[in-house]
Ligand binder design. Structure first.
Ligand code: TRP
Length: 370
C-alpha cells in the first residue's frame, strides 16, 4: 500500500494490494479445494470476488459432518443502499440456500451514529428500518433469518458488556487506529460488533458461524476470534469470508457514495437514472472511436459495465464468456455492452421493488425475538 492510503473499517483510501492484505492480516487464500465446493454458488464466490477466508474449510467440514452451522453478516445503516452494499448479503443468501442454515443480520445503527458526525439518532434508526426491507427483498428465508437493530433490540447490550470486559482499550486503539479526538462510542463499538458475531452462539449454543464481509472488516473478526474461546464464553472461533471491493462506476477501488451520487447505483434508482448513470459515468474499456474499437477491441479488465456483469448480473458462464470475447474482438461496442447491463440492472431493480413492498408485510417474520 502507498503511504497516503488509509485502511480501516471506516475509511478506505488509495490502492489496495489484496495479496499483501492476506499476509498482513494472516488470513488464508481461498484455494482450489474450497473453490470446488463453492463453484455453483453466487458469482461473487465462484468468480473470486471473495478471495480470502479464516477457517471456512472448518465451517464446510462442520456442515459435512452434520453439525450445526450458521451465517452472520451485518449492515451499518448510514444511507440508502446501493449495489456495493449487497455483496455480503447476496453471499449470505447463497450460503443459506445451499447449506439450509440460519442467517443472522445485525444492523449497527449505533456504529454509524457514532462515526458519522452528521447522522442523527433518528435517521440512523430510519435508515436501518429502510435497509432491512432491502435486505429481506433479496429472498432470505423467513423462520431461518434473524434481523435486529442495535438501537431497537437493546437486549444485545448484555452480550456487548460481557465482551467489553475482556477487551482492553489499547487493543481496540491499535486494531482500529482510534484517535484521541474520536468520541468514546468508537472505542466501545468493537464490543458491540463482537457481540453480533458471537450472537448465534450466545443464543443457540456453541457452533461454527461464518461471517462474509469486506476485507476491511477483518479487524473485528480478529478481535472476536481472540476472545471467543475465553472461559467466560467457551465458544468456537467464528470463520470469515473476505471480499474485495466493488469498483464504483468511475472505476475507483470502492463503490462509495461519499465521492458522488453518480458513481453508485442505488436500489431506489429509476430505470432512467440507471440508464443515464451507466451511459454517462460507467468507466469504459472501449476505444475512443468506433473504427478503433472495431480494430483493437475493448479492455474487459477495466470496463466497469463488464465487471458488474461478471460480479452480479450475468451468472451464466457461457454467456459471460461470449460477451467477453465479443467485446475484446471489437464486435461488441461499448454502447451495446452498456445496454446489456442497463437492461439487467433495471430488471433486477423492478423485481426488487416488488419484493420490497412484500417485505413490508413480512417484516415481523424476520425481526429477531427471543
Ligand atoms: N460494521 C459493518 C459495516 O459497516 C456492519 C456490521 C455490523 C457487521 N455488525 C456486523 C458486519 C457483524 C459483519 C458482522 O459494514
Amino acid at each position: 500500500m502507498k503511504k497516503e492510503s488509509t485502511f480501516t473499517p471506516w475509511e478506505v483510501k488509495g490502492e489496495i494490494n489484496y495479496e499483501k492484505l492476506i499476509k498482513d492480516f494472516g488470513t488464508s487464500q481461498i484455494d482450489e479445494k474450497i473453490k470446488k465446493k463453492i463453484q455453483k454458488l453466487h458469482p461473487l464466490l465462484s468468480r473470486g470476488i471473495y478471495f480470502s477466508h479464516r477457517d471456512f474449510d472448518k465451517w464446510l467440514d462442520a456442515y459435512a459432518s452434520g453439525k450445526k452451522i450458521s451465517v452472520l453478516t451485518g449492515r451499518g445503516p448510514s444511507e440508502k443502499m446501493h449495489l456495493g452494499h449487497l455483496v455480503p448479503f447476496l453471499v449470505a443468501k447463497s450460503l443459506q440456500d445451499e447449506f439450509k442454515c440460519d442467517v443472522f443480520i445485525p444492523i449497527s445503527d449505533d456504529e454509524k451514529f457514532y462515526v458519522k458526525e452528521n447522522l442523527t439518532y433518528e435517521n440512523a434508526i430510519k435508515f436501518g428500518e429502510e435497509n432491512i426491507l432491502d435486505i429481506i427483498a433479496l429472498g432470505f428465508k423467513p423462520g431461518k433469518t434473524f434481523i435486529f437493530q442495535d438501537f431497537i433490540y437493546t437486549d444485545i447490550y448484555k452480550y456487548a458488556a460481557r465482551i467489553a470486559k475482556r477487551m482492553t482499550y489499547s487493543t481496540a486503539k491499535a486494531t482500529f487506529g482510534l484517535k484521541p479526538e474520536n468520541n468514546i462510542g468508537w472505542s466501545f463499538y468493537p464490543a458491540m460488533q463482537a457481540a453480533h458475531i458471537l450472537f448465534p452462539q450466545f443464543e443457540k449454543g456453541k457452533h461454527m458461524t461464518v461471517v462474509p464481509v469486506g476485507i476491511d472488516q477483518d479487524p473485528f473478526i480478529r478481535l472476536t476470534r481472540d476472545i471467543a474461546e475465553h472461559k467466560d464464553f467457551n465458544f468456537m472461533k467464528p470463520a470469515a469470508l473476505h471480499a474485495k471491493f466493488i469498483p464504483s462506476l468511475y472505476g475507483e477501488t470502492k463503490m462509495s457514495s461519499s465521492d458522488s451520487e453518480n458513481s453508485v447505483i442505488y436500489l431506489s434508482d429509476s430505470p432512467a437514472e440507471v440508464k443515464n448513470k451507466i451511459n454517462k459515468y460507467a468507466f469504459s474499456g472501449g476505444k475512443a472511436t468506433i473504427e478503433e474499437h472495431r480494430k483493437y477491441g475493448g479492455d474487459t479488465n477495466v470496463d466497469v459495465a463488464f465487471q458488474y456483469l461478471r460480479i452480479f448480473f450475468e451468472p451464466d458462464d457461457k454467456k459471460l464468456a461470449q460477451i467477453e470475447k465479443d467485446y475484446k474482438s471489437g464486435k461488441l461496442l461499448t454502447g451495446e455492452l452498456k445496454k446489456i447491463l442497463i437492461d439487467k440492472i433495471n430488471n433486477f431493480l423492478a423485481e426488487h421493488k416488488k419484493r420490497k413492498e412484500q417485505a413490508k408485510k413480512d417484516l415481523n417474520k424476520f425481526l429477531y425475538k427471543r
